[in-house]
Ligand binder design. Structure first.
Ligand SMILES: *[C@@H]1O[C@H](CO)[C@@H](O)[C@H](O)[C@H]1NC(C)=O
Ligand SMILES: *[C@@H]1O[C@H](CO)[C@@H](O)[C@H](O)[C@H]1NC(C)=O
Ligand SMILES: *[C@@H]1O[C@H](CO)[C@@H](O)[C@H](O)[C@H]1NC(C)=O
Ligand SMILES: *[C@@H]1O[C@H](CO)[C@@H](O)[C@H](O)[C@H]1NC(C)=O
Ligand SMILES: *[C@@H]1O[C@H](CO)[C@@H](O)[C@H](O)[C@H]1NC(C)=O
Length: 318
């Protein structure tokens, strides 16, 4: 099994940012005149990365999520630390963000600087690249609104309270999302991003080997699934690269299998699995989303609270 995205976290899908126009100033044709080659350059860069490293799709989706959850989609996760400031990127939970995801953004930015210098924000590049990766992985094709501003600040101390870990309790996760005005349904939809990507054994090994004194293995796993995971992760302490697909049925396809897996006791992470136990409305969303194809566009198109993800406010002029 390959290793790359280490995932502590879950949800990630800030894709469908085709949010209500009234709530932000993002537009479809923001760069129409200033950088007409934008879409072509993104497509070329992403396609070539996807061909050489398919796992970059999940990695970039994760990078986008980790950026957006902390102060909006403003590319603050891309900023490096310096002698005076520790940046988001160096937060514990961000250390395992895959190099290929950063690399594809840097490549796109470099190519764009040749065609239209100093025009396109990194936040928009990240949003577009994520969209292209998702489409290439079999997910829906959707329109990305543009005009995000890049942040000039990035503070490591903003990260911890905003990005869920694999073992974050469902109450806490709900609070995190509510603080950004996400409904439970939207949270469930975002967690569906775990239809691609993988998690390292150390993120969920406690569910296999040390769940409780009387029950070493979390009984909410399907017994065959936990048996397979135990085998896979038997040596995880010595081999920290050991990892399992978040969606074992169709691991690199962007579909709704994640929800079907949950119903079968195949939710890899407790934070995914927990959706099924907690709160009631989450369960009905899981059932709803697991029966729809393609991925839950409908829900996200209707979403009113995604605006914050789209636009970092004026205080952060580029
Ligand atoms: C959107 O644009 C209007 C008019 O240009 C401006 O007044 C408003 O502050 C902008 N809103 C945001 C969120 O940038
Ligand atoms: C980062 O945030 C912490 C806590 O809010 C604050 O004390 C610190 O000054 C911030 N750092 C910068 C460079 O703004
Ligand atoms: C969750 O996992 C992190 C490491 O990933 C650990 O530091 C933390 O103590 C764990 N929290 C709980 C409540 O188990
Ligand atoms: C959430 O909604 C409230 C009330 O509409 C608003 O004041 C607040 O700014 C919103 N928060 C975010 C993060 O968008
Ligand atoms: C793991 O490594 C330790 C020390 O390197 C060794 O003693 C142990 O046998 C190894 N365990 C497995 C399962 O390989």
């Amino acid at each position: 099994m390959v290793a790359m995205v280490s995932p502590s976290t879950l949800f990630l899908i800030l894709l469908f940012l085709s949010i209500p126009f009234s709530e932000s100033n993002l537009t479809i044709d923001y760069y129409k005149n200033s950088c007409p080659q934008l879409e072509n350059i993104i497509r070329e860069t992403v396609t070539s990365k996807y061909i050489s490293v398919p796992a970059a799709a999940a990695g970039t989706l994760r990078l986008f999520f980790h950026d957006c959850m902390v102060g909006g989609c403003d590319a603050s996760v891309l900023i490096s630390s310096n002698a005076f400031n520790k940046a988001e990127r160096d937060a514990d939970i961000n250390l395992a963000l895959p190099g290929d995801a950063f690399d594809v953004i840097v490549r796109a930015k470099t190519a764009l600087e040749l065609s239209c210098p100093d025009i396109v924000s990194c936040a928009d590049i990240l949003a577009l690249a994520t969209r292209n990766f998702v489409s290439m992985a079999g997910g829906p094709v959707y329109t990305v609104m543009l005009g995000r501003k890049d942040s000039l600040e990035s503070n490591i101390s903003s990260v911890e309270a905003n990005i869920p870990r694999a073992n974050t309790t469902m109450d806490e996760i709900i609070r995190m999302f509510e603080s950004k005005n996400f409904t439970v349904g939207e949270m469930v939809a975002l967690s569906g991003a775990h239809t691609i990507g993988f998690s390292h054994c150390k993120e969920f090994a406690y569910r296999l080997f040390g769940y409780s004194r009387s029950t070493p293995t979390d009984p909410s796993y399907h017994p065959k699934f936990s048996a397979a995971l135990k085998k896979l992760c038997a040596n995880y302490k010595n081999d920290s690269d050991m990892a399992a697909f978040n969606d074992p049925m169709t691991p690199s396809k962007f579909d709704n299998m994640f929800y079907q897996n949950l119903k079968r006791g195949m939710g890899l992470l407790e934070s995914d699995n927990g959706l099924l136990r907690h709160p009631k409305p989450a369960i009905s969303w899981i059932y709803m989303l697991s029966t729809r194809l393609p991925f839950p566009m409908i829900l996200l198109e209707q979403s009113k609270s995604l605006a914050f993800l789209g636009l970092r406010l004026e205080t952060k002029e580029k």
